[in-house]
Design a protein around this ligand. Sequence first.
Ligand SMILES: NC(=O)c1ccc[n+]([C@@H]2O[C@H](COP(=O)([O-])OP(=O)(O)OC[C@H]3O[C@@H](n4cnc5c(N)ncnc54)[C@H](O)[C@@H]3O)[C@@H](O)[C@H]2O)c1
Length: 253
Amino acid sequence: MFTLTGKTAVVTGGGSGIGKAISQVFARQGAEVHILELQEENAREAIAAIEAAGGKAVAHSCDVSQQEQVRAVFARLGQVHILVNNAGVAHIGNVETTTGQDLDRIYQVNVKGAFHCLQAAVEKMKGQGGAILNLASIAAHVGLLDRFAYSMSKGAIHAMTLSVAKDYLAHKIRCNSISPARVHTPFVDGFLAKSYPGQEEEMFEKLSKTQPIGRMGKPEEVAALALFLCSDEAGFITGCDYPIDGGFITLNN
Ligand SMILES: NC(=O)c1ccc[n+]([C@@H]2O[C@H](COP(=O)([O-])OP(=O)(O)OC[C@H]3O[C@@H](n4cnc5c(N)ncnc54)[C@H](O)[C@@H]3O)[C@@H](O)[C@H]2O)c1
C-alpha cells in the first residue's frame, strides 16, 4: 500500500521541517522527488539524506514567490504526478501591529507562491491526473492570537484548495489540504529563539500544552498523512481539509 513508484513529486520548501520529512517519506515510497527551495544548502542536505537512503531526489533553487522561477523549474520537469505546496513563512502580529509590507511578504510567499505552483502543476497534470496537497494550518479555521497575516494566508490556502478541487474534477486532479497545529520544526525553534531568548525551554513546554494531546506534532506524522493523501489509496478524497492537531480544534474547551 501507499507506493509512489513511478511517480514524480514536487515538494516546495523541502529543505527543512515538514517539507523535508515529506520529501524523505515520498522518496522512500518510490517517488522521484523534486525539492523547490530558497535555501540551497538545506536542499542539498535533504537530497543527500534521500540518496543515502537509496531514494531519488533533485534540488532546484527556487523562490516560489517568483512566477518566472517556478515556471522555469516546471519547464525542466517531465510529467508531474504530485505537488505538495509546503513552503511558507510566518508573521506575528494583530491587525494594528501588522504593516502593509508584512502582509505583502506573507501573501507573496504563502499565497502567491502556492498559486504559482498550482498553476504550473495543473498544466502538467491535466492530461493524466494528479494529486495536490496544500499546507494550510489550524490558523485557517480558528482564531489564533497575533496571527493576522498568517491566518489570512492559510485561509486563502484552504479556499484555493476547494477551488482547484472543483475546477479539475474532470481532469482527475485531486486537491486537498492539511491543517497542522504546532509541529516541532526549525520554524518553531527559530520563533522561540527570536521571541523568547533565554526562556526557550519554558516556552517550548507551554506551546506543547496548547495541543490537548500535550505535545507538538512531529514532521514525520505530518508526512505520513501527506503520503496517504497523495497516494492512489486516497483516490476517493478531494476538496477536503484534514486537521492534524493533537485535538486543538475540537478539544480545546
Ligand atoms: N511547524 C508548524 O508548527 C506548522 C503548523 C501549521 C502549518 N505549518 C506550515 O507548514 C509548512 C512548513 O512549515 P515548517 O514548520 O516545516 O517550516 P520550515 O521553516 O522548517 O520550512 C519551510 C521551508 O520553506 C522554505 N521557503 C520559505 N520561503 C520560500 C520561498 N519563497 N521559496 C521556496 N522555499 C521557501 C524555507 O527555506 C524552509 O526550508 C508552512 O507552510 C507552514 O506554514 C507549520
